[in-house]
Design a protein around this ligand. Structure first.
Ligand code: XUL
Ligand code: CO
Length: 439
């Protein structure tokens, strides 16, 4: 293992248990420890987001870079990209994660022309391949950055200019190739610029049709080359666009159904995107899961007092326990994982802060996993929920649901049965039960 860029951490982060006071140790994440017969690492499938952790410079809209990383110092762009990848694999190994995720433009610099950008990507894919082979670290998903370049200001797949749309399509072809080449287990579409600023210049129906065609071309290409990874769409309501078409899980599912794409996609749910859409994280997970479409998770958190995507590391055991209940109840994420789409604050300027951030997120999920597993095993909430709907198991409830009765028969039944007896939903009692598991 290299010791070049993260000299404060000279070996893999150890698991020391909950009483440890060592800030560079895990208190709960013990990768081989079994929870319900399955190792924590297999449940959680943690991934590091290349864009924030390796490329992030602490910039915000009021200021440029807040810190300079040693791996960004080389003047030659290809050398800089290789140094960044060396640092990335040093970090992944020391942190003890098995996966990473990238955008094409994170791992390889954009060239002056489309063809130069493609060549740069090929060079870095070869370089990544060597690192993956040497370390056993795998690609959870790849994606294309279709939002950073000025040409995408008015959309990528939904751009009103066919030449720009074609360029975006050519770019995703190359990003899918890169992901396939590196054995990526999924491929993500996040439509940062797929939306609109104002309807006074926008044909929304036309743009949605374009988006559907864009995705269909990707599906056809995937099948043609034999890429078996799962395609995922990541909903977000706004930012950078005022309205993004994939605004939340329900809207995205509706779009996929309307354009006959539903069988080829699942969703990648991000906590901060959920709250920006006015939903809780567990709501979005549950909407995706009940449709059989929860494929992967971008693990982070927002700040409820700030109206933008702060992409902080998750640290609420309460929220993560509820999230893990949804994930466990659908038997895990399959080929998906928990990708820390999260960044350290501008003021957290040292490379070692990247370790503190990820350790905190991993411990939060490990603890949430253990609590959720116990709550499910004990039927802490589910026995109440089952009982709450039990009147549909027999009698008039069963007759309604099976289609045996219609409005007239139901009316007759109600006239005979009289007024219903109210039954409490017991919210506060259940909240106390959840807390009793967290204490
Ligand atoms: C942006 C976001 C992206 C996607 C990948 O809010 O979440 O980083 O995860 O393009
Ligand atoms: Co994301």
């Amino acid at each position: 293992m290299n010791n070049k860029y993260f000299s404060e951490v000279r070996a893999a982060i150890p698991f020391e248990g909950k009483d440890s006071k060592n800030p560079l140790a895990f208190k709960y994440y013990n990768k081989d420890q079994k929870v319900g017969g399955k190792a924590m690492a297999e449940h959680l499938r943690f991934s590091v987001a290349y864009w924030h952790t390796m490329m992030g410079k602490g910039a915000d809209i009021f200021g440029g870079p807040g810190f300079e990383r040693d791996w960004h110092k080389a003047s030659d762009p290809i050398q800089r990209a290789k140094d960044t990848m060396d640092a990335a694999f040093e970090f992944f190994q020391k942190l003890g994660v098995e996966y990473y995720c990238f955008h094409d433009r994170d791992i390889a610099p954009e060239g002056d022309t489309f063809s130069k950008s493609c060549k740069n990507l090929e060079v870095l894919v070869e370089y990544a391949k060597k690192w993956q082979k040497e370390t056993g670290i795998k690609l959870l998903w790849g994606t294309a950055n279709l939002f950073g370049s000025a040409i995408y200001a008015q959309g990528a797949g939904t751009n009103p200019n066919a030449h720009v749309m074609a360029t975006a399509a050519a770019q995703i072809k190359n990003a899918i190739d890169a992901t396939y080449e590196l054995g990526g287990e999924n491929y993500v579409f996040w439509g940062g610029r797929e939306g609109y600023e104002t309807l006074i210049n926008t044909d929304m129906k036309k743009e949605q049709e374009q988006m559907a065609r864009f995705l269909k071309m990707a599906v056809d290409y995937k099948k043609k080359i034999g890429f078996k990874g799962q395609f995922l769409i990541e909903p977000k309501p706004a930012e950078p666009m005022k309205h993004q078409y994939d605004s939340d899980a329900a809207t995205t599912l509706n779009f996929l159904r309307a354009y006959d794409l539903i069988n080829d996609f699942k969703l990648n749910i991000e906590a901060n995107h959920a709250t920006l859409a006015g939903n809780t994280f567990e709501h979005e997970l549950a909407v995706a899961s009940i449709a059989g479409k929860l494929g992967s998770v971008d693990a982070n958190r927002g700040d409820l007092l700030l109206g933008w995507d702060t992409d902080q590391f998750p640290n609420s055991i309460y929220e993560i326990t509820l999230a893990m209940m949804v994930i466990l109840n659908q038997n895990g994420l399959g080929s998906g994982g928990l990708n820390f789409d999260a960044k350290v604050r501008r003021s957290s300027s040292d490379p070692v802060d990247l370790f503190y951030a990820h350790i905190g997120g991993m411990d939060t999920f490990a603890r949430g996993l253990m609590i959720a597993h116990k709550m499910i095993k004990d039927k802490a909430l589910s026995s109440f929920i089952e009982e709450r709907y039990s009147s549909f198991k027999s009698g008039i409830g069963a007759d309604i649901m099976s289609g045996k009765v219609g409005l007239e028969e139901v009316e007759k039944w109600v006239l005979k049965a009289g007024n219903p007896v109210l039954k409490s939903g017991r919210q506060e009692m259940l909240e106390n039960i959840i807390n009793s598991y967290l204490y």
